[in-house]
Write a new protein. Structure first.
Length: 200
């Protein structure tokens, strides 16, 4: 099942990602870089055409067909700054998925992993993008969103909890969102969490 999916990774590069994580004394950005690299290595085996990686803050940038070696380069070229405009990047990722589906190029499904440390600038529009996407699906296996929280921002935890619990109550056709926060992770590293999300 895993090898029949495409993977898209959306990484928050807003200013707060430069904050240090007390337990590791590394910045959130460094922690994410290490785990993204491990994830890309795993995906190199599962999905040989590479993964799609987005970095976003106020604006976003998309990198296609990314291999593990390319991940290092992407992180060297970027540093955390700006806001958390999650809506625009999610919309682009969803549009890309439906374009591939329409062209008959989609695999059995796609998993979009979102790594973020804060609540988005506009919570409501994030809900709308996901609800709208769910209504265009034929089955809930086609598209999955996995939101992974880095850091311990209570606003982010609250937002992710709402995404996880309330989607169908506010009109989503399927529950296609799974969220995990640091407190859920306990002893897991971010790398393990990302790998678990692909196996989920």
């Amino acid at each position: 099942m895993l090898e029949k999916r495409d993977y898209t990774l959306i990484i928050d590069k807003s200013g707060s990602m430069s904050s240090l994580e007390p337990q590791s004394q590394k910045s959130r950005w460094q922690v994410v870089q290490e785990s993204t690299l491990a994830l890309a290595r795993k995906c190199d085996q599962l999905d040989p055409d590479g993964i799609t990686v987005y970095l976003f803050s106020g604006r976003f940038r998309r990198y296609d067909n990314v291999s593990a070696t390319k991940v290092e380069q992407i992180f060297q070229e970027n540093e955390p700054m700006g806001g958390t405009n999650l809506t625009a990047v999610l919309q682009d990722a969803v549009n890309q998925f439906f374009q591939r589906k329409q062209a008959g190029q989609a695999k059995a499904g796609e998993t979009i992993l979102v790594v973020t440390d804060g609540a988005p600038d506009d919570r409501r529009s994030v809900f709308e993008v996901i609800i709208e996407a769910s209504r265009r699906l034929d089955s809930d296996e086609e598209l999955a969103f996995s939101f992974i929280q880095v850091g311990a921002d209570p606003g982010a935890s609250q937002f992710l909890q709402a995404l996880d619990d309330q989607l169908q109550g506010v009109g989503a056709k399927f529950d296609i969102v799974d969220t995990i926060s640091l407190s859920d992770m306990e002893d897991l590293t971010l790398t393990e969490v990302l790998l678990n999300a692909i196996h989920d």
